[in-house]
Ligand binder design. Structure first.
Ligand code: V47
Length: 378
């Protein structure tokens, strides 16, 4: 039960809390009120009650590996520390055989997902990406290929002169399983102009995901917070996602991502410290409350540290992502978290909260393991 007095620092949460408890959808002003409130425990309690109604104690994780085929990127997004110009120090592009070899390296256990994203390369043809997906599918037929952000898909459409639908159709035919949620950042144009003015806007990002859903591909969505955005921008972002989800039901998971300023132009332009645990937990909890039609909320441990991600599992998140194996985007931006965790470490984080670890594949189907095999129950 919530305490009867839901006022903290002059902000009254009771009307919002009553809506949540009655299962009513929150509106724009409700969500802004949640962001203005500092009553983290009340917000977390509400988010946890929603999460518990959906999943009880079940808490999802997966065994995955990230692959970033290239960091060469024609965009120069101020938020990013990963992209490089072609001749810049540290720029790399994997030959296909190299990508196939790396895909099979450093697993502690059989992975069920490759998470593949990279830069917008000026010279690689679209065929490179088709061959990458087809080659991985042939070599690792049991591994789900979650690949290419909406930004990459739109870029392939631009360089190949094929439509977004054709790009997604070709990749699906080659073995693409779903789309990750990156590149969404914050949809508000005024914010995008500062943090990622070379990227597609909200309209195209949403169009790529809508088209993917129409083709039967599931996808995820992200939101980058903790830079120059306002509470209203965050709420607007979530509501645009919620509107599309009402139409397609193709999104699986929402992942709030905290901005890491180190080595980024944005960090120099608008100096500000990294987000705190308080802000990270608040974003997770409010996501759970606002995105009532998203099945899952992910606490991405790479971004929020294993310690905060663990607590987030009691603040509305039901998924902690995976083993990851080799993370580059956040580590180039100063992340001090490990680059990988073992399956056992993830299980321990979940168990210590009193929740039950549930190994999933990318489509949230149960995975069972024995000494010699991995099975996905369809
Ligand atoms: O789109 C880039 C973000 C995203 C920085 O779908 C930064 O399961 C903070 O989308 N500080 C890529 N964030 C990561 C991503 C993701 C991660 C985990 C799981 C899934 C999924 C998707 O990383 C980018 C951008 O929003 N990013 N640079 C930075 N300096």
């Amino acid at each position: 039960m919530l305490p009867s007095d839901l006022v903290l620092d002059g902000i009254q949460l009771r009307p919002v809390a009553e809506k949540v408890m009655a299962g009513e959808r929150l509106g724009f002003e409700d969500a802004v009120t949640l962001f203005r409130s500092n009553d983290l425990l009340a917000i977390g309690y509400l988010a946890n009650s929603v999460r518990q109604k959906l999943y009880g104690k079940l808490t999802y994780f997966n065994v995955n590996r990230h692959i970033n085929p290239t960091n060469v990127c024609v965009a120069s997004c101020r938020l990013c520390a990963f992209g490089r110009k072609p001749d810049a120090p540290g720029a790399y592009t994997m030959a296909l055989e190299e990508a196939f070899r790396i895909a099979g390296e450093n697993w502690t256990e059989a992975v069920t997902e490759f998470h593949i994203v990279g830069g917008l390369h000026p010279d690689l043809p679209f065929q490179y990406y088709v061959d990458l997906i087809r080659g991985l599918r042939e070599r690792f037929p049991t591994v789900h290929l979650k690949a290419f952000t909406a930004v990459e898909i739109a870029y392939y459409s631009h360089i190949s002169k094929l439509s977004i639908r054709e790009i997604l159709g070709n990749l699906k035919e080659a073995g693409l399983g779903s789309l990750p949620g990156g590149g969404a950042e914050i949809f508000a144009p005024a914010v995008r102009r500062v943090i990622c003015d070379h990227k597609i806007g909200a309209y195209t990002w949403l169009k790529v995901h809508r088209t993917a859903h129409e083709l039967g591909l599931h996808s995820n969505a992200t939101m980058l917070y903790g830079h120059i955005e306002s509470a209203e921008d965050r709420v607007d972002h979530m509501l645009q996602l919620r509107n599309l989800q009402d139409k397609t039901h193709g999104f699986q998971t929402f992942i709030p991502l905290a901005f890491h300023p180190a080595n980024t132009e944005l960090g120099k332009l608008v100096p500000h410290p990294e987000t705190t645990g308080f802000t990270d937990l608040k974003n997770v909890a409010i996501s759970r409350l606002v995105l009532d039609n998203f099945p899952h909320i992910k606490a991405y441990w790479i971004m929020m540290t294993p310690r905060v991600a663990q607590v987030a599992l009691r603040f509305g998140a039901d998924d902690i992502d995976g083993t990851v194996v080799e993370e580059k985007i956040y580590h180039d931006a100063g992340a001090t978290t490990p680059q990988a965790m073992t399956r056992q470490q993830l299980i321990r984080l979940i168990r210590e909260t009193g929740l039950e670890p549930f190994e999933r594949d990318t489509l949230y189907r149960p995975v069972t393991r024995s000494e010699t095999s991995v099975t996905v129950r369809v």
